[in-house]
Design a protein around this ligand. Structure first.
Ligand code: BJW
Ligand code: ZN
Length: 230
């Protein structure tokens, strides 16, 4: 039973040194989003897209969970299965902090997906050299991530959890990308209290019962302390 559903976005990993997506210049580490986060962009220029994800996968080695990830792991240790973390992030910082109940709705950097045989493989190396799929031998691996126009993962489990939630908390996400941006309304329709913890008001900030603005590394530990009555 998911009494507490937490949605996280790039902002929760920002203080770990993982760049967020929507910077002031509208570019994503120098790329237009349609070039690196759509199936059409991948078809047009696979090398650019594979290099982009290879660099982000390599950069994971240099980052560590921050106090916001740690606080959510501490909350799970206290309430167990009553907490579900749904993350839009493809990094593994929730897991490294100790969270176990995590759904990666936009996929994972540390997995490769074979579009020929549909196998998914743990992946720590690079894909730019077009390695063969360990299962079927075809050259058809891509990052196991969800691009625009593709269907996010685990939607059935997420929708069920949102329907059961008493508390829905959105952390470090701009509220610009659907379906995640609509979770707050879904949870509220089913009776959840909704809280936003973000650096600044998100695009959907008015959907929340309560919004606190500041750094996740400060807001999240404070919210967890409050919830646990510390
Ligand atoms: C801090 C902080 C600190 C910073 N502390 N906070 C028109 C209208 C409505 C919808 C659509 C439309 N046209 C198309 C669509 C659908 C489309 C969509 O939403 N497009 C929008 C652009 C409008 N969505 C899709 O295509 C999705 N699929 C879909 O809808 O399928 C149909 C379907 C759904 C459900 C069931 C059945 C069918 C797929 C979306 C895939 C998104 N993929 C990406 C790339 C993933 C791989 C990768 O990482 O490379 O996901 S794009 C990118 O955006 C990534 C992120 O997960 C996602 C969200 O970004 P996020 O996390 O919010 O980051 P930012 O940078 O935007 O915001 C960071 C926030 O943190 C900011 O607010 C900061 O202030 C804050 N912050 N420092 C606290 N220290
Ligand atoms: Zn294969």
């Amino acid at each position: 039973m998911s009494r507490i559903v937490v949605l996280t976005g790039a902002g929760i990993s920002a203080e770990s040194g993982v760049p967020t997506f929507r910077d002031a210049d509208g570019l994503w580490e120098g790329h237009h989003v349609e070039d690196v986060a759509t199936p059409e962009g991948f078809e047009r220029d696979p090398a650019t897209v594979l290099r982009f994800y290879d660099e982000r996968r390599a950069a994971l080695g240099a980052v560590r969970p921050n106090p916001a990830h740690d606080a959510l792991a501490r909350l799970e240790a206290a309430v167990g299965e009553e907490l579900l973390v749904v993350t839009q992030n493809i990094d593994d910082l929730h897991e490294r902090a100790g969270s176990r109940q995590v759904l990666h709705m936009h996929g994972e950097l540390l997995k490769a997906w074979c579009t020929s045989c549909d196998a998914r493989h743990p992946w720590t190396g690079t894909l730019i050299e077009r390695p063969a799929c360990p299962s079927c031998g075809e050259v058809a691996l891509r990052p196991d991530v969800v691009w625009f126009g593709e269907i996010p993962y685990e939607m059935d489990r997420i929708v069920d959890a949102l329907g059961e939630a008493e508390i829905f908390v959105s952390i470090g996400t701009s509220g610009a990308v659907y379906p995640a941006a609509g979770f707050v309304q879904h949870a509220r329709r089913h009776g959840a209290r909704a809280i936003e913890l973000n650096l600044e008001p998100s695009e959907g900030t008015f959907f929340f019962h309560e919004a606190r603005h500041g750094r996740a590394g400060e807001l999240v530990p404070a919210w967890v302390d409050e919830l646990l009555g510390a």
